[in-house]
Design a binder for this molecule. Structure first.
Ligand code: DAK
Length: 260
């Protein structure tokens, strides 16, 4: 896979994707968005990839937002169409059959924070800063932020972050539930790889169904969500890995997964 503004490396079922526009703090311009769309086509069609890690090039930024110079001249209809396009891209990441991890190595602002929130898990360097500063530009978070942020950290805190435009540091973000863990910046990529490796080593049908149960179930009325959970639980029993996992436990040996 080769791209204008992404670097991609794949090893052991883990795709490491680096947004690579360090001069603009990895802000997402049209070319980078097109790259991410093509990336998701490739990733979804590649059965060997189990986990995708997103990070930013350089030491300063994960992604400092949508590219403001691209955004500035848009008229209302263009802005609406552009917001919709990026929403669909981030929805694809969120709904992908692959698990995604944001390794937040610096500023994750605006569209950068929204990209991180579309991922399943977020690990932040202790130097990272996150926020939705769109109100400082006379706009609102238009790439899913007004919806994903309150779902992650609750309505009150989400409104506070969006209305003030204030950034939070990594520790604050962790306390809010915006990131899963904080590690020293020097350990970030290794920590993300370790987490990805742990997930890639699990039976993948179960991994995928856990993701679906949480993401889809949260959008349902509760009694339907429990029924949905039971259906997916039952589905696990149609896999070879369920038989292997339980047999291996009873035989006191390591399971050998077939991912089917
Ligand atoms: N866009 C374009 N360039 C950016 C950028 C951005 N978001 N963020 C930084 N840069 C560029 C700076 O212009 C500067 O470029 P040069 O002047 O060197 O050419 C370079 O990166 C380094 O930035 P600074 O000199 O500003 O670095 P500092 O350390 O002083 O400050 C900062 C770092 C992250 C605090 C600061 O750069 C900053 O506040 N950046 C903007 C953060 C921000 O407001 N991001 C949210 C953008 S709103 C949509 C399109 C997009 C979106 C939604 C809809 N449609 C088309 C509908 C998304 C919106 C957003 O993400």
């Amino acid at each position: 896979m080769t791209f204008e503004n992404l670097q991609v490396g794949i090893t052991d079922g883990i795709a490491r994707v680096t947004v690579n526009r360090p001069k603009a703090l990895n802000a997402l311009n049209q070319a980078t968005i097109a790259d991410l769309e093509a990336l998701m086509d490739n990733v979804e069609g590649d059965d060997t990839i189990k986990v995708v890690i997103f990070t930013g090039a350089g030491e300063k930024a994960f992604v400092a937002g949508g590219d403001i110079s691209v955004m500035a001249p848009l008229d209302a209809l263009q802005a609406r169409a552009a917001a919709r396009r990026s929403q669909l891209l981030f929805n694809r990441i969120e709904n992908s059959s692959k698990i995604s991890i944001a390794a937040i190595n610096g500023y994750a602002l605006g569209g950068g924070c929204e990209l991180a929130m579309a991922c399943d898990l977020r690990i932040a360097a202790d130097s990272a800063k996150l926020g939705q500063p769109e109100s400082n530009l006379g706009i609102l978070p238009g790439w899913g932020g007004t919806q994903r942020l309150p779902r992650l950290i609750g309505k009150g805190k989400a409104k506070e972050l969006m209305l003030t435009g204030d950034m939070v540091d990594a520790e604050q973000a962790c306390r809010l539930g915006l990131v899963n863990q904080v590690v020293p910046v020097a350990d970030l990529q290794e920590a993300a790889l370790e987490l990805a490796g742990k997930i890639a080593g699990k039976p993948q049908v179960a991994v995928r169904l856990i993701k679906e149960a949480v993401d889809n179930g949260l959008e349902m009325e509760t009694s339907r969500a429990f029924a949905y959970e039971a259906d997916l639980f039952g589905l696990c029993f149609a896999t070879e890995d369920q038989k292997e996992g339980m047999t291996a436990f009873l035989e006191k040996r390591q399971a050998v997964w077939k991912n089917r």
